[in-house]
Design a protein around this ligand. Structure first.
Ligand code: DCS
Length: 288
């Protein structure tokens, strides 16, 4: 097996040689941003959308990414090439850099730290076919969930609570309103219409969510960005979650409540097919 190459602050190095400073603000404060990008058949899926969101997150955090869009994109392409990734993902992170620990931002000459690495990963086909279970968890996160920030403690606590009880995902809610999963967006189907939380500061506007909206619009499936309640979730005809790694993932049970017939719903299955077709078109892979 080849030794994995990673990108660290301007250099391609072997993973074992990639060392991070203890006063990196990403490490100390979670003061940074990240993206997870999917690779199918050696090709990057929705690359520009992910890169654009990274720069948008940076702007919202007043963080300067020390590379131009094109430079950073070519770093991602090079990593995939040297590590010969066929099916996998790229993780990319930018922190506010290294400076003596202090809460306020360092002076302008401190450059952001950029890291990126690749990972082999199969599509979760079995779970996509059978569906997964989820647990409802109160959303205790901050009010800027639109920023893909390294600060994920709220998400981690939610996921841990769900995972420790054997669930695939935590579906979070602020009071009566369902927001999103701990690492995914959440959708319900009601009277043949897909509902999902609008892209406000309370959720991350997922790239997968945007692809699903585009596919729904193109194929005459009603798609409405409108909040829904916990009760509406539990009485939905279908539920699915979506993310870069989970794609379109049916949820067949929430807590003790079986959703629909307890199997992936027909609209969810249709969206999975459309999504697979889109992957095939963009990355030249076989559809499932
Ligand atoms: N909401 C949250 C809180 C997320 O963390 C993610 C993805 C999404 C929604 C879905 O966004 P994408 O469709 O753009 O992936 N989280 C990434 C993560 O942390 N691991 O995998 C995906």
């Amino acid at each position: 097996m080849t030794v994995e190459t990673v990108f660290l602050n301007g250099e391609f190095v072997k993973r074992k040689d990639a060392k991070v400073d203890i006063e990196d603000r990403g490490y100390q404060f979670g003061d940074g941003i990240y993206e997870v990008i999917r690779v199918y058949n050696g090709e990057v899926f929705t690359m520009d959308e992910h890169m654009e969101r990274l720069y948008q997150s940076a702007e919202k955090m007043k963080l300067k990414i020390p590379f131009e869009f094109k430079e950073l994109s070519s770093i991602v392409f090079k990593l995939i090439e040297v590590n010969e990734v066929q099916e996998g993902s790229v993780y990319m992170q930018v922190s506010r850099g290294i400076s003596p620990r202090q809460h306020h931002f360092p002076a302008g000459d401190v450059s952001g730290s950029v890291i990126a690495y690749t990972k082999e990963m199969k599509r979760p086909l079995k779970q996509m076919q059978e569906g997964v279970t989820a647990m409802l968890v109160e959303d205790i996160r901050w009010l800027r969930c639109d920023i893909k920030s390294l600060n994920l403690l709220g998400n981690l606590l939610a996921k841990e609570e769900a995972a420790s009880r054997g669930h695939f995902e935590a579906i979070q809610h602020r009071g009566e309103t369902v927001t999103e999963g701990s690492s995914s967006n959440a959708f319900i189907v009601k009277d043949g219409t897909i509902f999902t939380h609008p892209a406000t500061n309370l959720i991350l506007n997922g790239i997968t969510r945007r692809v699903i909206k585009e596919l729904a619009d193109k194929n005459g499936v009603p798609f409405v960005e409108k909040t829904f309640t916990v009760d509406e979730l539990l009485s939905a005809e279908e539920i699915f979650i979506a993310s870069t790694t989970s794609e379109v993932m049916p949820v067949v049970k929430v807590d003790d409540v079986t959703i629909g017939q307890g199997v992936p719903g027909s609209l969810t299955t249709k969206l999975q097919e459309l999504f697979s077709k889109r992957i095939k078109e963009d990355c030249k892979v076989q559809a499932v």
